[in-house]
Design a protein around this ligand. Sequence first.
Ligand code: NAD
Length: 368
Amino acid sequence: MTTQVLTANQLKKEAPVFGQLSFDNHEQIVFCQDKDTGLKAIIGVHNTILGPALGGTRMYDYQTEWDALNDVLRLSRGMTYKAAITGLDLGGGKAVIIGDPKKIKTPELMTRFGKFVHTLGGKYYTAEDVGMETSDMDIVREVTPYVTGISESKGGAGNPSPVTAYGVYMGMKAATKFAYATDSLEGKRILVEGIGHVGEELVRLTAEEGAHVIISDINEERLEQVRLKHGVEIFKGDDLYTESADIYAPCALGATVNDQTIRKLKVKVIAGAANNQLANEEVHGPLLQDKGIVYAPDFLINAGGIINVNAEIAGYSRDEIMVKTENIYNTTLDILNKAKATNTSTNVAALSIAEDRIAAKKESNTQK
Ligand code: NAD
């Protein structure tokens, strides 16, 4: 999966579409527009070798349409590797809807979006992501069966976030074991950035184990609620990344592990829920390795959510969901050990395992 580096002029001439932004051999990109409801969406199907592409729909007030396209390209690719490394028979896809959910999200818009998903005939299954609620997926379900994460009362697996948090917790414990020779989080100082659906549950799990949890969020009201509920500390300094701590858990948005933050971070472990934590994986994976920071790859440890929603397609039980999610501990440890043995970054070690699985399936498909 090496990316050919072309100059800007070469890109414009030789690869005016597929060579731009984060295109990485994506199979299909679908632009969807509906004037009546104001819907503008992009569905990205990255790879369907292992199975139908599954990935949530993110609704966000992107500054430009290019930002939205770039996001769906990056996120859908991430889903391919997430499903592959987790052993699920799923491909990678994702959708973005452009606009502020608080301002333009209506049942009519969600219905129209669901109809677009339906036109793909099951090549892409959608689910909830940032800016979406389970009730939105229920609306989509009325016009297409190709949606997961619907309400339990409607036969769905319900909110994936607590399962995602449990998987992140397992990955964090494995990375702690690798870095400190014990997986106990008792007494560890953990910075949790973003205390939303996943972050708060991670705060609960780690605080209950006796960790010293320090929380940060742009939502002050939530900070106070979570502090009171779980007895944790609110970060009061100017720069979270310079804080003395053992573990940094990015649970807000992506790209917070970058040139600036890596220079400042004092932690030994990075393990969190956010997608695409590394701003540039080819640069920042090796940089973390050089600095001796153990990075638990995001697409590996935040797979609890996809395990949860996949239960609706594959038909496995609640117990099986939790067993598969708990296994993130073993997979994480295997990958950290593999990265050490092969002297690669943990991100590359994880990607290569996922790529091997996809290549093997492709090979067996061509032999049929
Ligand atoms: P959420 O929207 O419920 O929570 C995000 C939180 O981050 C909010 O409290 C928000 O105020 C805060 N935030 C936003 N910008 C911030 C900033 N600059 N600094 C600090 N805090 C900030 O989202 P979520 O469902 O908890 O997901 C969190 C992350 O995990 C997202 O990146 C999401 O893509 C990823 N993820 C979620 C799931 C899931 O099951 N929900 C699964 C896999 C990955």
